[in-house]
Design a protein around this ligand. Structure first.
Ligand code: 13P
Length: 287
């Protein structure tokens, strides 16, 4: 059964660890993440961007696949199915399709409009027992074709959004989606501390988890981050393992072309990446 992310994040915040959000793209991705969470007895959040939802033929397909997989694989750790960087319309579609959590990314709207739309969605989500994430200050890099500059959020605006009753808040602190450029200045811990100071117990979300050095991840968790999003790193690990398989000519040996064999190294690589992150975030045995 899918659960809201609220309880897992309240527990993470109190226990000073973070729950990983790993984005899914297909069956192999979903299975690899769910099995790893179960093996490590860790709570997990499956992230679905609007683009990935479309790729998987729609949010209803995603809900069907994930719910059935939880049952068929006997997954007992808490699993939240979460819309990543949702538009207002996308958020409504996911609520109707049976997601257990959504992110409404109104960071590109003027703050008044972000507040108004977030407020409406908070009410709908809470009525249905779902959790909701909001964003202030756009996260840098490219996400489904939208390029952000890696802003630092205004702590007062963060408080305005936090006060609407969202369950988790993504605040830009110089983080970027995808690979970090060589001249990246690092996370702004000053901004993070100021945001947490204004928002009290609000679980904070760190987007762009790929490529952030381990010591920065740990410091961010110590300052109030309770959810960390990882997407690109699983994609890189999958592509690398698949390339090695093909370059070694394994698809040409026997039945090596069978997709179940061809995709196996990538599947194992996602599992290894997710395990490494869960250990780093401290969510192992916290189910
Ligand atoms: P990365 O792709 O950089 O890991 O970021 C993931 C993310 O923040 C999804 O919202």
């Amino acid at each position: 059964m899918l659960v809201s992310a609220k309880d897992m994040l309240v527990k993470a915040k109190a226990g000073k660890y973070a729950v990983g959000q790993f984005n899914i793209n297909n069956l192999e991705w979903t299975k690899a993440i769910l099995l790893t969470a179960q093996e490590l007895n860790s709570p997990v959040i499956l992230g679905v961007s609007e683009g990935a939802g479309k790729y998987m033929t729609g949010f209803k397909t995603v809900v069907g696949m994930v719910s059935a997989m939880i049952e068929e694989l006997g997954i007992t750790v808490p699993v939240a199915l979460h819309l990543d960087h949702g538009t207002y319309e996308g958020a409504k579609k996911c609520i109707a399709a049976g997601f257990s959590s959504i992110m409404f990314d109104g960071s590109h709207y003027p703050i008044e409009e972000n507040v108004e739309k977030t407020k409406e969605l908070v009410n709908i989500c809470h009525e249905k027992g779902m959790s909701i994430e909001a964003e202030v200050g756009s996260i840098g890099g490219e996400e489904d074709g939208v390029i952000g500059a890696g802003e630092c959020a205004d702590p007062n605006e963060c408080k305005m959004i936090a006060d609407l009753g969202v369950d988790m808040l993504a605040a830009g602190i110089g983080n970027i989606h995808g690979k970090y450029p060589a001249n990246w200045k690092g996370l702004s811990f000053e901004t993070l501390a100021a945001v947490q100071q204004k928002t009290g117990d609000m679980p904070l979300v760190l987007h762009g988890g790929t490529g952030i050095p381990d010591d920065m991840i740990k410091k961010a968790i110590s300052l109030g981050v309770a959810k960390i999003n990882v997407n690109t790193e699983c994609q890189l690990a999958f592509a690398d393992a698949t390339r090695k398989y093909i370059e070694a000519g394994k698809d040409l040996e026997g039945k090596g072309f069978d997709p179940r064999k061809l995709l196996a190294p990538g599947f194992e690589a996602i599992k290894a990446t997710v395990k490494e992150k869960m250990e780093l975030f401290g969510s192992v045995d916290k189910a």
